[in-house]
Design a protein around this ligand. Sequence first.
Ligand SMILES: C[S@@+](CC[C@H](N)C(=O)[O-])C[C@H]1O[C@@H](n2cnc3c(N)ncnc32)[C@H](O)[C@@H]1O
Length: 374
Amino acid sequence: MDNNSWLLLQEQESGHRLPQDLAERDPFGARDCGWVEQMRPFIRQFCPEGGLLLDPFCGFGTTLMAAHLEGRHGIGVELEPARAGIAQERMSRAGAARQRVQAGDIVKAAAQLPPVDLVLTNIPYFGCRWPEEGEAQLYNLATYAAFLEQIYLVFKALKPVVREGGYVIVMAENLRIGQHFVPMAWDVARILSERYDLVDERILLYERPRQPVPVLQVQSNRAHEYALIARKQPRAIDLQASLSCLRALAADFPDVVVYGSYARWLHGEALERLPSDVDLLVPDDIELLKKLVCWFEAQGFQIARWGAPLASHAVPLAAHAAHYFRAHRLCASGELCVIDVCFEDAQISYPAALSQSTALGGIKVMLSARGGHS
Ligand SMILES: C[S@@+](CC[C@H](N)C(=O)[O-])C[C@H]1O[C@@H](n2cnc3c(N)ncnc32)[C@H](O)[C@@H]1O
């Protein structure tokens, strides 16, 4: 698979699939169970030998089974205790002593997990409808917006768990719900790209007879899906192009304050790693925000919040609610500028930043605060 952008999956090896008696214990008949074969090449390529992987939506333990076969350690978190029990039993039957299954909500469990080299998972799909109530169950969410918000929270919570340089590989499909095509895989990619560096994709092709569409709104026979490959590493922004942009911005908006790692880089400090964005504090003033957004758009920037594009007329209100928006510009040459505009950081407010700032080449900078939206 290393050199291919696709992976053809023809059949499941009978010795590794979920045993029938365990599948029958599940209220969905384990119809959302994946293939061990879909996971193995990713583990070989993206989890070092002796490394640790995590499946945050462990289900029936398919990823852990693959980890066992590839000689890696794995942790699986699964919300439904009955399913976690099935995964646990599957591991015991396989003698997979290095695999750990834990029941719970991944958003809450994340803080207690050890650092991992690879997060590898098949996400729960929107529109599947779980038979029992429960807010943490992603299958249960009533709207697509709520579903995407939960996906966002999961991958935010997982970021501290992934080792620097480690990978996050998410398998997801685009869906058809009722009459509607839902680009779920592409939306998930967008959400991932907010916190991780999207580095590649693979298309998984399943060669199998068409299955009857389940009695649900979601229509899919999972003939293909995407493996979205993201990495925890600093995004490579163009530091000089960002500087020219900040100079032009400061000429028009002299009171904006640059802070965080870009400010320290500008100051000539030796940094452990180069800045992956520019953090900017601005006054909490809707009229000024409107002008800023127009300015960025005129310079070819796109505006987003938590990875979702924002229409320019909506930016001031939406940014006000989040205290933040992101302006990013990718040029045809490959040069990237990413500017996070905040007017109320978790650590410092604009007035405090302004009073502590100093001028550096015509740009106001504040050197003490770390910076970055949460
Ligand atoms: C697509 S299934 C995973 C199946 C798994 N790849 C396998 O083949 O065994 C997604 C799983 O995510 C679980 N899940 C949903 N919300 C969760 C949450 N908040 N925390 C942990 N697991 C969750 C669901 O119960 C479901 O079992």
